[in-house]
Design a protein around this ligand. Structure first.
Ligand SMILES: [Zn+2]
Length: 154
């Protein structure tokens, strides 16, 4: 069942039950499959992203926060390293600022707990499990500590 609600400046229409069913059928976690230093560091520090606020949003959308579609690192930042990650949910964006195609600080972002959010329909790497359902991309950016002994290969 679709519900329409606001997330920051965006109004989204979301079928959380359909999204939950998709995540239940997804077994892989992209940063575990990738194995690059950025992904391994993400796995070590991802709990910092999982604030009660962010987990509540994921719950509302039906997203499993530990089943990221994609994770990437974009180098050193003011505090730690800059990371991006995204997930999808079944639905559409009804209103709100459009993504300008830029990543990180040049983009339309909304501070949300420990992360910044971006919601758009220019989906990438949508898991096949979503089938023909229309999806929205929930994207986050966060500055996270680098905890690996080795240097980043970003
Ligand atoms: Zn990686």
């Amino acid at each position: 069942m679709f519900k329409t609600f606001a997330v920051g400046p965006w109004t989204v229409r979301c079928d959380a039950a359909a999204t939950r069913a998709v995540y239940a059928a997804i077994s892989k976690r992209s940063p575990e499959e990738c194995g690059c230093s950025g992904c391994r560091n993400w796995l070590a520090v991802a709990h910092r992203v999982h604030s009660p606020e962010f987990l509540a949003l994921c719950g509302r959308l039906g997203i499993a926060p530990k089943k990221e579609a994609e994770v990437y690192e974009c180098g050193p930042a003011d505090s730690g390293h800059c990371f991006g990650a995204w997930w999808h949910f079944v639905g559409s964006v009804e209103a709100g600022p459009r993504w300008n195609g830029q990543i990180c600080k040049e983009s339309v972002l909304m501070p949300y707990g420990a992360v910044s959010l971006l919601i758009h329909e220019d989906d990438g790497l949508v898991p096949d499990t979503f089938g023909d359902q229309k999806t929205v991309q929930l994207e986050i950016f966060a500055e996270l500590p680098w905890v690996l002994e080795e240097e980043s290969d970003a």
